[in-house]
Design a protein around this ligand. Sequence first.
Ligand SMILES: Cc1cc2nc3c(=O)[nH]c(=O)nc-3n(C[C@H](O)[C@H](O)[C@H](O)COP(=O)(O)OP(=O)(O)OC[C@H]3O[C@@H](n4cnc5c(N)ncnc54)[C@H](O)[C@@H]3O)c2cc1C
Ligand code: SF4
Ligand code: SF4
Length: 335
Amino acid sequence: MTLKCYTDLKAAVWDRGTCSGCGACVAVCPADAIRIEGGADAPVNIGYCKAESDQVPCGACFDVCPRVDPARPPGREACIARLSAKAAFEVPGRQSGGAVTAIVEHALSAGLVDAVVTVTEDRWTRRPASVLITESEALLRSAGSRYNWWVPLLSALKTAVVDRKYRRIAVIGVPCVVQAIARMRASENDLLRPYGDAVRLVIGLFCTESFDYERLVEGRLKREHGIEPWQIRRLDVKGRLEVQLEDGNALELPLRELEDCIRPGCATCTDLTAVDADLSAGAIGAASGCTTLLVRTPTGQGFVDAALRAGRLERCGEVDLSAIERLAERKASRA
Ligand SMILES: Cc1cc2nc3c(=O)[nH]c(=O)nc-3n(C[C@H](O)[C@H](O)[C@H](O)COP(=O)(O)OP(=O)(O)OC[C@H]3O[C@@H](n4cnc5c(N)ncnc54)[C@H](O)[C@@H]3O)c2cc1C
Ligand code: SF4
Ligand code: SF4
């Protein structure tokens, strides 16, 4: 194990404004000494560190962070299969075709996984929260994308692995979260291995950027446009932010007007399609009402096949790979 500690992570990531907010360092700190508070741009240490305070080898926070390495090169849209698919049953809040919900719901109900770590939200305040889900009904309620997701998603992984002792976990996350899980799975650090071993399936959501809750929902939408969080029916990003309201009205905001609401850490992110996932899912490349699925690993293929065989997932049309590659290239060159 290394003797790196949070001060190395602070110098390499927190102080440079490149933290993505994935929450992995928060989750794996064995002393629970790293926190992300409110709308902060990076975590803080609360004053204790095993390595620095007691000279006990640790380095967990440094080893798990996806931002300590230089940006990975773009152009890795490779996959072993790709398909356009949708849920074969009603998923009321689905963002695209509901394929992610269908695959994970089947995995839960068939006993292929015990628990799902993902992001849900309070339907009244639209405030996102990291959550551990073990029931199909809760998963169905959680469908849809949280673009204002900035919460330490992986903190729920600590609850799953350390407190609840689950060993067959599915994680749904944006690419920075997926990169952190990949580091857990590949790490030789004894403190990270239990996390890597407990994750059975990683589903990555395509991602161009994410918004800070306070700045977008409380600031821009509520204070500037007079929209209360509970009036929002759905958010979508399609070259601009689309805000659909419960009363049928809608508001469209160009992304260039929302730059101050985007998490600073997103500016250095080059990964659109979560290349380290078992299975990646997005809207682009599929017809409206369907989800693009890029199958990266035999594990990902197994979960897709299981849902198709059970009649919970169905194919719908072809995938336009060139549209995905264009957007991936644009994101990488922006970074
Ligand atoms: C921040 C963000 C940015 C995105 N940007 C793009 C983009 O630029 N282009 C594109 O094609 N697609 C993008 N997507 C993906 C897209 O919005 C859909 O999530 C994807 O197409 C899957 O749709 P679905 O209907 O199959 O998923 P659903 O069946 O609706 O299920 C979605 C699942 O994801 C979980 N979830 C929602 N938000 C988050 C989150 N923030 N982190 C972790 N888990 C979450 C939910 O709990 C649910 O289980 C983005 C998603 C997010 C969260
Ligand atoms: S990118 Fe993730 S692991 Fe790295 S400092 Fe930020 S929250 Fe922690
Ligand atoms: S753009 Fe990158 S850093 Fe930002 S939320 Fe998406 S995957 Fe994470």
